[in-house]
Ligand binder design. Sequence first.
Ligand SMILES: [Zn+2]
Length: 268
Amino acid sequence: MPEEKPHPENFIKFLGTGGARFVQLKQLRSSGGTWIKLGDTNLMLDPGPGTLVRCWGSRPPLDPSQLDGVILSHRHLDHSNDLNVMVEAMTEGGFSPGGVVFAPADALEGPEPILFGYLRPFLDAIYYLKEGEVYRIKEVEIATPVRHDHPVETYGIKLSYQNLTVSFITDTRYFSKLQEVYKAEILVLNVTFVKPRHTDLAFHLSYEEVEPIINSIRPKIAVLTHFGSSMLMAKPWELANKLEKKTGVRTMAAYDGMLLSLDEFLRD
Ligand SMILES: [Zn+2]
């Protein structure tokens, strides 16, 4: 029998890589969130529909009771649908309280909060994400350097752990400040369209807009994810190769279940 590769200590696991309405609703790609493990800290970013199922369906399974926190970049359904069930799983139905939630104010308050009230007392804390803030959870620093250009309150996140910085540029329209504030060794970009669109429904980055971002940040690895149907039709792995040739930066297109080990970047 072939020897199984040891599971990395530090990793990003992309449970889902689909973005926007159509890909989510047809599940052309999964809309599960992204699990991040840095040292002893386990975080879930943007638990879209299917996240809980994808956690347990992973090999080896990812047990949500091991999570220390759930981070929501914004309240749109493809990012937030499984928020409540993930909090319930993290706290084992309230029998094992703890863990934290990070989310923008409009996900937590106002006319339509999306985190159920009965779950809130199970949590150690609920943090309101704000522009320019830095939060800390165990050994990991979480920064939200800039508010994104998206129809609801939205932030990207920048995680720092030891010598490593990992940036997630979540849903946003392109603006030049993105490349100033998300400097990192690992750069994950939500790239929903192939070409820039200028309509009221098009508040997402396109393939053509990410080249200057990657070129200016020059991470050790850039990962494209959150694909809409135009990206899927254009074969994201081929576009990632093209970008890599143009920029000289190692670039990959995420696929459902992709495990990116961070171990090699933490060794000095
Ligand atoms: Zn969105």
